[in-house]
Design a protein around this ligand. Sequence first.
Ligand SMILES: Cc1cc2nc3c(=O)[nH]c(=O)nc-3n(C[C@H](O)[C@H](O)[C@H](O)COP(=O)(O)O)c2cc1C
Length: 223
Amino acid sequence: MSIETRDIRRILRQAKTFPPDMPAFDADAAPDEPLGLLVDWLSAAIEAGVNQPHAMTLSTCDSTGHVTARTLLLKDVDDALWFASSDESPKGRQMAENPHVALTLYWREQGRQIRVEGQAQPGPAEVGAADFTARHPDSRAVAIALPQSSAYDPGSQEPQARLAAARELVAQDDDFAPDDWTAYRVVPTVVEFWQATTGRDQVRLRYDRVGEGTGWTSTRLWP
Ligand SMILES: Cc1cc2nc3c(=O)[nH]c(=O)nc-3n(C[C@H](O)[C@H](O)[C@H](O)COP(=O)(O)O)c2cc1C
């Protein structure tokens, strides 16, 4: 190990922090609704050449209160944030039990975070199928053959046989999509923007949806 355990606390305190050239965020000039601003920040991260700018953390909670989080790719933004996964995966089962989720986008290069809360709902089957068939053939074969997050025995021949059959299926039918692959949409009820500054304070702006409608209120928060 390159770091002695006793040194970790000291080394973490000295770890490199945000760069000096972060974008400014004028919360007083922010728009009335958050999704346009979210797309602006996403676009800025893409234009700045951030790696995996569309990676986000999905946090889920099952009916017993057990919370898990993992990274996913943001696939689209309209009135909702979209991502895709298997509805038979642990996260898929958790969202079936409890659709309340949180999404977190973080661009360290720009000192920016966006937090989203809402309910995840399966989108139309054709959107899930289109997402699936746009994936690399090898990724498709793996998703067809091997149940996401299930344990595997490296000595077993069976997964290899299933994988070979799935590769054959994908090669023969470019439009094939398994029923479990699902495009989920999260219509936000809360969206919070967080911008670091060189002055070590942070600008925070939280939007809350008004009732079931399309209106929003916004609130500045202390760092
Ligand atoms: C950068 C990155 C992007 C990922 N994108 C996805 C994705 O779009 N869909 C997906 O199902 N898993 C994706 N994963 C894998 C998930 O993080 C996770 O390991 C997998 O979905 C199983 O999660 P679960 O066991 O909680 O269901 C990604 C992982 C990383 C690190």
